[in-house]
Ligand binder design. Structure first.
Ligand code: ATP
Ligand code: ZN
Length: 210
């Protein structure tokens, strides 16, 4: 039996379940349950916080998982990536108060920047020779400038409307993300075979939706 970890409730959940169903894998979900077994494929689904998924797959608690590339790379587990899945597309961007002068990333030198993605942000700024003070916070990043906690933010953006409603302007794209399938690197031959079967079906679903 292959164990798949997906996000319990959030922006990855619905499309992750939809993909598995489109692969012809049936299961019954309940918002109360932490795991379910498929009725027609040797697959068990674990419902977890998205941030915990890479670590659980790396440790082998789950064999495979679906997570955003932003979380995967932030946590340093990019080596587990097997396949980009094409949904939950978003970007990690830097934004400044809309009235601020901003010409280039160099303008951020010495500033305080709030983010939930310190590693991705640090890598982006280091490549460009910019030094800032990063304040790592786990949520409500977009209000940090208006409460005086930071001069700028680095946060997930999809449409940009949250930035606008907080008086912010997107100035740099730091990282492009989408959902990705990940796998433990020490799967048994049996599990590897199940993963290959699943991948075969995922490719068929992807071809059909193109
Ligand atoms: P959890 O409770 O599981 O920790 P969370 O609040 O950290 O959830 P979500 O907001 O549900 O996470 O986002 C999960 C992932 O979905 C993000 O890491 C990102 O890859 C993607 N994502 C985030 N925001 C958007 C968006 N606006 N549009 C599309 N995808 C997004
Ligand atoms: Zn999370």
């Amino acid at each position: 039996m292959l164990r798949l970890a997906i996000q319990k409730s959030g922006r990855l959940s619905e499309d992750s379940l939809k993909l598995i169903r489109e692969c012809g894998i049936s299961f019954i979900t309940s918002s109360l349950k932490l795991k379910t077994e498929s009725t027609n494929f040797p697959l068990e689904i674990l419902y977890l916080r998205d941030d915990d998924i890479p670590g659980y797959v790396a440790d082998g608690v789950a064999d495979i998982g679906i997570v955003g590339e932003n979380v995967l790379v932030e946590e340093g587990y990019q080596a587990l990536a097997v396949e980009k899945l094409g949904f939950s597309k978003c970007r990690l961007s830097l934004a400044v108060p809309k009235a601020d002068d901003y010409e280039s990333v160099q303008d951020l030198n010495g500033k305080n920047i709030a983010t939930s993605y310190p590693n991705l942000l640090q890598a982006f700024l280091s490549e460009r020779g910019v030094q800032v003070n990063i304040h790592t916070i786990s949520g409500s990043v977009e209000i940090a400038p208006s409460i005086g906690l930071a001069d700028a933010i680095c946060d997930i953006v999809s449409s940009g409307s949250t930035l606008i409603s907080n008086g912010l302007r997107e100035v740099e794209r730091v990282f492009n993300s989408q959902a990705v399938l990940i796998a433990n690197d020490g799967l048994t031959a049996e599990k590897r075979e199940l993963l290959d079967k699943l991948l075969f079906r995922i490719h068929a679903v992807q071809r059909a939706s193109r």
